[in-house]
Design a protein around this ligand. Sequence first.
Ligand code: SF4
Length: 398
Amino acid sequence: GQCAQVCPTGAIVAKSNIDQVWDAIYDPDKIVIAQVAPAVRVGLGEKLGGFAMGENVARKMVTAMKILGFDEVYDTCFAADMTIFEEATEFLDRLENNGVLPMFTSCCPGWVKFAETYYPELLPNISTTRSPQAIFGSIARKTLPAKLGVKPENLVVVSIMPCTAKKYEAQLPKFSQDGRPDVDYVLTTNELAQMIQSMGIQTNELEPSAFDMPLGFSTGGGVIFGATGGVMEAALRFAVEKVSGNPMSPIDFKETRGLAPRKEATLEVAGKKLRIAVVHGLANARKLVEEVKAGKAAYDFVEVMACPGGCVAGGGQPISHDKDFRTKRAAGLYDTDKGRQVQKPQDNYWVDKCYAESFGGRPGSHEAHTRLHTHYQNRSQLFDAKSPILRSKKEDAL
Ligand code: SF4
């Protein structure tokens, strides 16, 4: 929740890796690259000052990060586009081949851990596609040593995330190879702001710069991942075109937008009915899951985000007292999407190229399955309703 980074009593402290990131930046042997999640760019400005609430500050943020000493600054939205290639392909495969439905999204580690702990029977329903952070880590390890001419052990991968759960996700042993984690360090939006402010950088006065290529190029579909409903909308941009065979298929699915506790729609595509739902906040997720289990609600595809409002309101984002902060930050992402010439993830030329060069040529290939998908763990043994404290002790021991 919101207090994870700033709990006034210090009772809840998420570990900060700011010092390790500085050490890596000042180590002449290391090349330090960063990926920045979509929600960060519409939250950071509030903390730094001099920007409107929800303003997309990506271009000045990139300049500030270069001044800090990051060698390359890339965009998690690239990996979000790739996530859609995998996740929507997986969904269509489940739909056509009587696979397990409804399929739930897997981008949010808060939701995934919740399901692993309280609803292990639902694990086959969760998409096996890794989250954008994890997919980015995988791409970075695979492609960047050769591209940047750096020894694998000297490449340091940093994520800037709106989220404290992403710190936990990056540490999972399954997201590593050859004993090296795909993502070395995760900093929150607030921690990045702290680094920028500690250097006295006045970000709003900087010249803009673009994310580095090719892992900095994304479509509008990748950008809206940061708002509740955005993953579903991006997936529909992909899936509806695939099913209808019509490249002029709609790209706006406004049923998925906004802050209603549950958003649902039935879409008619090429004579088929697609029933979709979007929930945010774990209480809303629990309610939907209970209804699905009791046979009271039927869907094909469900997006779940643990934070009310989605990642724009994640636990690593600046705390706001404006009652409309979620809407304003989401608007920053939807405006950015509207301003993009390329809005459908499947039209991301650089993702296509990345598949061709490094991931077996297409989504769902053997290579893609090995490096872009995952499996889940039943953690229900960790849950003891009578003794939540014991539970966290048991968890520490794992
Ligand atoms: Fe993290 Fe919240 Fe986004 Fe989930 S919804 S990925 S917990 S910021």
